[in-house]
Design a protein around this ligand. Structure first.
Ligand SMILES: Nc1nc2c(c(=O)[nH]1)N[C@H]1C(S)=C(S)[C@@H](COP(=O)(O)OP(=O)(O)OC[C@H]3O[C@@H](n4cnc5c(N)ncnc54)[C@H](O)[C@@H]3O)O[C@H]1N2
Ligand code: MOO
Length: 689
């Protein structure tokens, strides 16, 4: 790169560069600088992309890499990558600082100018020493009255400097483009290679974990394939059972509501125009011709005035039908005046009233508005209005409009049927095992927490869960038999096991899937907890030959719950065509919540990661932490704290947590960071309590 500093000059005006010299120098400098940055930047980003490619390709193709080597390579690469750009930026900064300091005094002024605010004498002498040009800088120090010409030169120099900065910034950006493009191509390539990847029939001891986002992409693609192959059609369910289900088609109103004009208040139905001039000094009196209650067949409107000339009205109750207007009447009762806004009076007060014609009267002392307290037929819902859109999730509040127009059944999408097994020789469940539960295991038992959780959480989400039992004995043959039989029934869209997910001898789930001809899409995700999760597809052996998705989750309850929330739920949402949940952004407070508060050494800045025995942490994987969202002290913000004990096997924190915190990989856990929080159960109506 050309030097940004001034060339040495000698005393006198001859040493000041001319305008044309300046322009040429600037152009040469700018163009060569831009080319330099383009070439060097492209090369650097190309190298970065190449390295990423190498690291990712091992991941995507399932190449066996020792975890320690993989970890070290990732860390070294991350450090190197992190250092490169800051170093370049530092260098540019140093260069430009030098230029800022010296151009005004050395390059064009050649003797100093008014511009002396920027450089202290110390800086100038420092620079002078560095540039081996002491005479010039000393001169500039001594002669600070360069005059207007000198300052013009300076302004010009600064403009040129601005131009150079703009061009260099653009070329810098352009230099990153090839890297970006290469990375996009790489991702596309990765997606295709997933598709064409041959089935694996061996179980490597350790495979490189797939990044969480890449795992999500695979889930989405598989969900799309699965949706296309689904043959089940909509079901009709009773209205009350439709809550939580997805509407299979638009629901149009078969009727109007209200079906006829009704009163919105208890009061008196009357012709409002008769009250236009009503006032305390000029009250209007009405004879009450009768009473209409809700559900009653409405009478025809009586003549506007009785034979004695007194206007007539009806007492009417809320929800009752307005009197029908006989065809011969040009006017009709259009308003209902509140009972509390009128005064009942005796016949003696009403001028010319004939008591024989009825002796109940009201007095109105202010005009009644046209249509007051009158609900017009169909003003709420008209026949044919769309009440629910196809694909909408039906909620209890939707039942108000649906039931109001007489809908009793709703066509909904079939539920996703999920079969769940809990594996593990130590796992017991008295409701499944019966009293013999502990006979099998003696005192070395663990209650099944995963099975009940998955059943409840799946139901809460709106799937159709089936507990298929415990698979005791840690025996691959037992799982193989159970899976084989299930695949022949066409009863499930998704199957889940908990436990035995670890790659290796004790984690036999994967080998069983492969033995049955299943395709393992990923085994190992760069997420924590839940890093051992597996996702596969199995072809059903039932006549319709559908696809069944399979999740092998870790047995540790917290890890299993994270996998459910961040792998299974997104997958089910993809199948149902639903959007991912919107996270709540909250300010992270590093002091752990509740139990933790009493521990003084876990205050702000506590090494939350270290407490988990995590050798990598959020820098290389997506971390999911249970936590508690609350309002800040001033009530203006949401703050979130992690719950104590983030170990994958710990369950007590779930008594206190009300959310999952998602720390995407690469994000440091720092006090005050804004972090996305998601509900624990994926039930969108859940409140942050
Ligand atoms: N050599 C390796 N060991 C482990 C790895 C690894 O990568 N290499 N990963 C660790 C991680 S991370 C996890 S998480 C666990 C996952 O283990 P498994 O999925 O194989 O699960 P199990 O050994 O069957 O169980 C682990 C733990 O969870 C308890 N458990 C199991 N099922 C239930 C249940 N239904 N309800 C309650 N608790 C359950 C079980 O008793 C164990 O204590 O592997 C690490 N090891
Ligand atoms: O799969 Mo493990 O969850 O990371 O403890």
């Amino acid at each position: 790169m050309p030097s940004l500093t001034a060339s040495p000059s000698t005393e006198g005006s001859s040493s000041t560069p001319t305008d044309s010299q300046l322009d040429t120098a600037t152009i040469i400098y700018t163009v060569s600088g831009a080319i330099w940055i383009l070439v060097a930047g492209s090369y650097m980003t190309f190298l970065m992309a190449l390295m990423d490619e190498r690291l990712d390709s091992t991941e995507e193709t399932g190449v066996v890499v020792a975890p320690r080597t993989r970890f070290t390579a990732r860390i070294l690469w991350a450090v190197l990558k992190g250092l490169l750009w800051p170093l370049v930026l530092l260098w540019i900064l140093v260069e430009s600082t030098v230029m800022d300091c010296c151009i005004p005094v050395c390059k064009w002024c050649a003797g100093g100018c008014m511009y002396d605010g920027r450089c202290s004498s110390k800086e100038i002498s420092k620079y002078a020493a560095r540039d081996r040009n002491p005479i010039q800088c000393r001169l500039s120090l001594e002669n600070r009255a360069g005059g207007p010409d000198c300052c013009k030169q300076l302004e010009k120099a600064q403009l040129e400097r601005l131009l150079i900065d703009v061009i260099l910034t653009i070329s810098n950006y352009l230099s990153i483009l090839p890297g970006r493009i290469s990375s996009a191509v790489r991702h596309e390539h990765a997606r295709h290679s997933i598709r064409s990847k041959p089935k694996m029939h061996t179980t490597p001891l350790t495979t490189m974990a797939m990044q969480y986002q890449a795992a999500l992409q695979i889930l989405q693609k598989t969900a799309n394939d699965m949706s296309k192959r689904r043959t089940r059609t909509e079901e009709l369910v009773p209205l009350e059972d439709s809550v939580g289900r997805t509407a299979a088609k638009d629901i149009l109103s078969p009727d109007s509501t209200p079906p006829f004009d009704t009163a919105a208040a208890d009061g008196f139905a009357l012709v409002s125009s008769a009250t236009i001039n009503a006032s305390p000094m000029n009250p209007v009196y009405f004879r009450v011709a009768g009473t209409i209650t809700a559900g009653e067949e409405p009478p025809l409107m009586p003549p506007c005035r009785g034979p004695d000339g007194v206007p007539q009205c009806y007492e009417i109750m809320v929800g009752a039908r307005f009197p029908d207007t006989a065809t011969e009447h040009l006017i009709h009762m259009d308003a209902c005046v509140w009972a509390t806004d009128v005064q009942e009076v005796s016949v003696s007060e009403v001028p010319k009233a004939d008591p024989q014609l009825g002796n109940r009267f009201i007095k109105i002392t202010k005009p009644v508005t046209y249509n007051a307290n009158r609900r017009r037929a169909g003003e709420d819902i008209s026949k044919g209005d769309r009440l629910i859109r196809a694909g909408m999730k039906i909620r209890s509040s939707h039942l108000l409009p649906l039931a109001s127009v007489g809908i009793k059944e709703v066509a909904v999408e079939p539920l996703i049927r999920v079969g769940v097994w809990s594996t593990g020789r130590e796992i017991v469940r008295s409701d499944v095992d019966g009293p013999t539960a502990t006979q099998r295991t003696g005192t070395r038992y663990t209650y099944d927490a995963d099975g009940p959780y998955l059943m409840a959480a799946l139901k809460e989400f709106g799937a159709e869960p089936h507990f298929l039992g415990l698979l005791p004995g840690d025996d691959p043959a037992v799982l193989e038999k159970a899976l084989g039989e299930t695949m022949a029934t066409d009863k499930f869209d998704v199957l889940v096991t908990t436990g035995a997910a670890t790659p290796g001898r004790s984690g036999f789930v994967r080998s069983v899937i492969e033995k049955l001809g299943g395709q393992v899409h990923f085994h190992g995700v760069a997420m924590r907890p839940g890093g051992t999760a597996m996702f596969a597809s199995l072809e059903s052996t039932a006549p319709n030959n559908g696809l069944v998705s399979f999740f092998g989750l870790p047995g540790d309850p917290c890890a299993m719950a994270a996998c459910f929330r961040f792998l299974i739920i997104p997958y089910l949402q993809f199948v149902r065509g639903e959007k991912a949940d919107e996270p709540l952004m909250a300010t992270l407070e590093l002091r752990c919540s509740t139990r933790q508060e009493s521990e003084p050494n876990m205050d702000a800045g506590a090494p939350v990661e270290a407490s988990m025995g995590n050798n990598c942490g959020p820098l290389c994987m997506d971390c999911f932490r249970h936590g508690r969202v609350t309002a800040s002290e001033d009530g203006r913000r949401k703050v979130v704290r992690m719950t104590k004990d983030q170990g994958p096997g710990k369950v007590y924190p779930f008594t206190e947590a009300n959310c999952w915190i998602h720390l995407p990989h690469g994000q440091e856990i720092v006090q005050g960071a804004m972090v996305p929080c998601l509900s624990l159960s994926a039930c969108r109506d859940e409140k942050w309590q």
